[in-house]
Design a binder for this molecule. Structure first.
Ligand code: NAI
Length: 338
């Protein structure tokens, strides 16, 4: 009988909510843009993360389907869907970590900056919600152009009086994941054993792999350095071209986003020695934002590491990166201050 069925469902939902509220150990995570190309596999992987007790899936389309689907997975996190702007605030309230892959991706021939006009507005709206509903949450910002959307988010939070630079992190993990993979190929080793710092920003020449600091220690010829640097910088474009109009990296990005979110959650839990690269408010260069290694802890990015010794090739790359980064950062700031 349908009404009995409904009754049963609502009492079960209440139990799930009780479990969600009743201090089930773990963190509360919201994914904004959860129905998208990145959002769906990212939601799947976060539902599998044992550190997550509650998972909120928000999008302006299609969240009921994605939520119903993901909620059948027999893992611990309680999943709840939110559809449309009028549910943004409920999606955000009480969350510890917000992951944002909302916005349009690139098509062949586009730069990440070409996405600015659409994605800047989306990020602004979402960040106004965060400032109001969960100002203490850690924010992982994926929406491109990251070099501009992170400054936009910072300006929105400043305006609202909630800005904590330690808690705003632009996600550059995919550049690190790609760098580890491509370097491992050249070295003929398992990528899990390789650690490549990637600094600067997240677009073209602003992506600066520090191949002189690869672990385990190794050295590359000039040709290898040139090949690896270019391939890491153009990794996103490689995928955009292969997808031929169907979007940009989604699966490897979801993997990278979860790797980064998991590091943030372990930091929040109080684990020691959690270090990853991210695009953050920074005093490492003269620019107000820069990607480098950061130590993640209970307060977010608790320590930001200096770049360390660079070789000549990297010093030249750094100058190029800073020039483009400065303009992208300014563009983001002006979008809010104008
Ligand atoms: P997609 O178009 O497949 O999905 C985006 C989702 O965002 C859609 O479901 C859409 O409905 C949703 N959305 C649009 N406006 C929204 C709003 N106001 N609030 C909430 N959700 C909204 O795009 P895809 O491939 O998932 O990429 C998402 C973003 O991630 C793009 O900006 C892309 O450039 C960026 N990206 C960033 C990377 C990085 O390394 N940081 C790597 C790859 C992509």
């Amino acid at each position: 009988h349908p009404s009995n069925h409904q009754m049963e469902e609502s009492s079960i939902l209440k139990r799930a909510e009780c479990r969600a509220k009743g201090g089930a150990p773990g963190f509360k995570v919201a994914i904004l843009g959860a129905a998208g190309g990145i959002g769906q596999p990212l939601s799947l992987l976060m539902k599998m993360n044992p550190l997550v007790s509650v998972l909120h899936l928000y999008d302006v389309v299609n969240t009921p389907g994605v939520t119903a689907d993901i909620s059948h997975m027999d893992t611990g996190a309680v999943v709840k869907g939110f559809l449309g702007q009028q549910q943004l605030e409920s999606a955000l309230t009480g969350m510890d970590l917000i992951i944002i892959p909302a916005g349009v991706p690139r098509k062949p021939g586009m730069t990440r900056d070409d996405l600015f006009n659409i994605n800047a507005g989306i990020v602004k709206t979402i960040c106004e919600g965060i400032a109001k509903c969960c100002p203490n949450a850690i924010v992982n910002l994926i929406s491109n152009p990251v070099n501009s959307t992170v400054p936009i988010a910072a300006e929105v939070f400043k305006k609202a009086g909630t800005y904590d630079p330690k808690k705003l992190l632009g996600v550059t993990m995919l550049d690190v994941v790609r760098a580890n993979t491509f370097v491992a190929e050249v070295l003929g080793v398992d990528p899990r054993d390789v650690d490549v710092p990637v600094v600067g920003g997240h677009a073209g020449v602003t992506i600066l792999p520090l191949l002189s600091q690869v672990k385990p220690p190794c050295s590359f010829t000039a040709e290898e350095t040139e090949y690896l640097t270019k391939r890491i910088q153009d990794g996103g474009t490689e995928v955009v071209q292969a997808k031929a109009g169907a979007g940009s990296a989604t699966l490897s990005m979801a993997y990278a986003a979860v790797k980064f979110a998991d590091a943030c959650l372990r930091g929040l839990r109080g684990d020691a020695g959690i270090v990853e690269c991210a695009f953050v408010s920074s005093a490492v260069t003269e620019l107000p934002f820069f990607a480098s290694k950061v130590r993640l802890g209970r307060a977010g990015a608790e320590e930001i590491y200096q770049l360390g010794p660079l070789n000549e090739y990297e010093r030249v790359g750094l100058e190029k990166a800073k020039k483009e980064l400065a303009a992208s950062i300014q563009k983001g700031i002006s979008f809010i201050r104008k």
